[in-house]
Design a protein around this ligand. Sequence first.
Ligand code: BES
Ligand code: ZN
Ligand code: ZN
Length: 485
Amino acid sequence: MTTTNSKTDFQYLIIPVFESDNLKSKLEKPLQALNFSKWSYFDNFKAAQKETIFWISAIGVKVYFVGLGKKKNNSEVSKTMRSFFYKMKNDFTGNIGIYLRDKEMSEFAFGISNGIYLSEYSLGAQKTTLNKKTSWFQTKGELNFLANKENEKSVAIDAKKGQKLAETQMKSMGMVDAPANYKTPQNIADIITESGKRYGYKVSVFDEIECEKRGLKALLAVGKGSIENPARFILMEYSHAEATKTVGLVGKGVTFDTGGVSLKPGDNMNYMKSDMGGAAAVFGAIEMAAKLNLKVNIVAAIPATENCIDSLAIKPGDVIGSYSGKTIEVINTDAEGRLILADGLAYIRKNYTTDILIDLATLTGNCIQALGYEAAALLSNNDSLAESIISAGTTTGEKTWRMPLWEAYGDMMKSDVADIKNLSTAPLAGAITAAKFLEEFIDGHEAWAHLDIAGVAFGQNENNTMKSATGYGVGLLVEVLERVC
Ligand code: BES
Ligand code: ZN
Ligand code: ZN
């Protein structure tokens, strides 16, 4: 399957259209080309988002008009195309043409391509009663983006980029959706090592012995609850010869969060396999940076561990050490994400010089209380970094909403017995106090941002009954990286 631009032999023609008052004039050109005269056919077609209309042309081409609604941005266009292709992918066989000969539509090749390629993604990797139907993606059919001469180049470039992003997003989603017994910390390390080899970035994996040597004590403390699947510290480095900036990234990689001894209630605990959405986003971002050859240096850390129960597991009241040297009183073992992030952030801070430092984590239930499933909480000590993340998220459709980091919130994390405690006694402002905890481990870095993605990394969608990965963060981080370059 390739993405070409000039082929005319296709069995399917997809014509995406925005909802507009002069819809008929927009459709005139493609329809004339297809010898179509029955205008009444379109009397009720508004091109509302996901509204489609279908007919077979005189020469036997199956033609689909796909309504995109009124929102003219790549993320909405991607969603619509993904939804349409997801429904159609088992029916399509052969070559498909995407009609982008309309000047306006040609500007959305990125979103159209991204959505089409994302539609390949589905759950069910572990099903043995396989769906016998072959999807279009397994056939040798071609996808042709049909553009006018003057837009041919940009359409081809944008479509390719949309495809590349979709492929990495699907890898990231696959990680989050994988059951915990299929993705131990070592499995995650293996996947990333493989990607590093393939796309050209350096990956180092510290096993529990190496972590011990290096003093990654907070990560090891959480990992002690899982003797059979020990913690891994995964370090990734991507560099470009012409880069002027270095970006530090840290992603929470808890492959399953039982809560530890402060055990979570059983209802929906199965969803805690998704507690590595931050790690998946960071992995996706560095893979994409390497694929796109972005002019930036990246150093990224993924502390990966299970949060389970063993006789050796940390207990509430324990005081543990950390990479930074600070001691931490563990009030609640379910607030484990901040413990491992503390080591990730401190490690990057101490061993590298970074212009900006961003961490992503499915960190608090309180973030969902505050913002629901619509936006990630953004906490940053740097206004211009915060603005650029907010604006990048508006572009990619991955919304963020800023919360404050005022000093008073930090007071709630003071401990009588250690340098800091991992949970405030007051059950309020949990997303903020978690960020205040993290701030203690960045050693005064002047451009740090924390994204709490608990509500957005994993969610309900139209294709499945269970919740599943959204891929949140990959596109956003790539956009941030592109703005930094
Ligand atoms: N992984 C959870 C946060 C979470 C909750 C992510 C729901 C996605 C959906 C985190 O480790 C956690 O358990 N946080 C606790 C902290 C608690 C001890 C105050 C929480 O927010 O409930
Ligand atoms: Zn937890
Ligand atoms: Zn967690």
